[in-house]
Design a protein around this ligand. Structure first.
Ligand code: SAM
Length: 247
């Protein structure tokens, strides 16, 4: 059948509202559609994602990006949050969040220049004035005044082991803020390991929320880390160390 049909996202308003009690507006829906087209086009120039069919893209990039966020209490969602997406790749979860929450300011961080070139082009094409891509290593930017302890919320999806993601993200967060780790399978041993890692970083596990994705029933866990006190000066450790010697 026609190319247009294959490249159009499915209409999922009912699934959005049944699973997340949230629905995109028509404008947000059009922007999601544009994101899909641009990622497909970008994928012809560089390897951005293996998830390219329209239903997979909807479920594994759009729904998944928003799943752990849109159900947060309205008094949090309505604030003008400063948000950082650590290791954003082609812009997930940061781009769908910038579309869903235009009053948030979102920094999309990745160490790969080509990915951030794509993300900044995408931001310009979508005319999102609340998102900016930055090329840097999390371990380096997490030490820079103006970025360290400067964000309300950090998001990390598919970047590394959970304790490494915690060391990358928590230094960015103000005391009282949250880091959210997007994980797949999860077990009690991982909870114990992560508890000990985040305690060293000034944080606690506030909640582990299990999900099942709506079309293929994939297993997901959203881990909410609350920052209780300043991250000690020695964290994040030097570039490469968190990944080689996880806490
Ligand atoms: N978060 C996206 C997603 O879920 O689709 C991308 C995931 S991709 C598998 C991991 C990304 O993290 C890569 O683009 C990589 O360049 C980036 N990354 C890995 N370590 C990083 C670090 N220390 N600082 C910044 N970015 C990093």
């Amino acid at each position: 059948m026609s190319q247009i049909e294959i490249n159009t996202l499915p209409q999922m308003n009912q699934v959005w509202s049944q699973t997340l009690d949230w629905q995109p507006s028509d404008t947000q829906e059009q922007l999601f559609q544009q994101v899909y087209q641009e990622v497909l086009a970008g994928n012809r120039q560089q390897n951005l994602t293996r998830i390219t069919s329209s239903e997979d893209f909807w479920e594994k990039h759009l729904w998944d990006s928003l799943s752990g966020i849109v159900g947060l209490p309205a008094e949090i969602l309505n604030q003008q949050l400063q948000v950082i997406d650590v290791g954003t790749g082609a812009g997930f979860p940061g781009i769908p969040l910038a579309i869903a929450f235009p009053h948030w300011q979102i920094t999309l961080l990745d160490s790969t220049r080509k990915k951030i070139t794509f993300v900044n082009d995408l931001i310009a094409k979508l005319q999102l004035n609340n998102a900016t891509g930055i090329v840097a290593r999390a371990e380096a930017l997490g030490r820079v005044p103006g970025d360290r302890a400067s964000y309300d919320l950090a998001l990390v999806r598919a970047v590394s082991k959970a304790s490494v993601c915690a060391e990358y993200s928590l230094p960015f967060i103000k005391t009282g803020g949250f880091a959210i780790l997007y994980r797949g399978q999860w077990n009690d041993q991982e909870t114990l390991n992560l508890e000990s890692a985040v305690a060293q970083l000034g944080s606690k596990i506030e909640l582990i929320h299990p999900w099942s994705t709506p079309l293929t029933q994939g297993i997901r866990h959203c881990i909410y880390l609350r920052k209780d006190s300043a991250t000690p000066k020695q964290f994040p450790r030097a570039v490469g160390v968190p990944d080689k010697q996880p806490l």
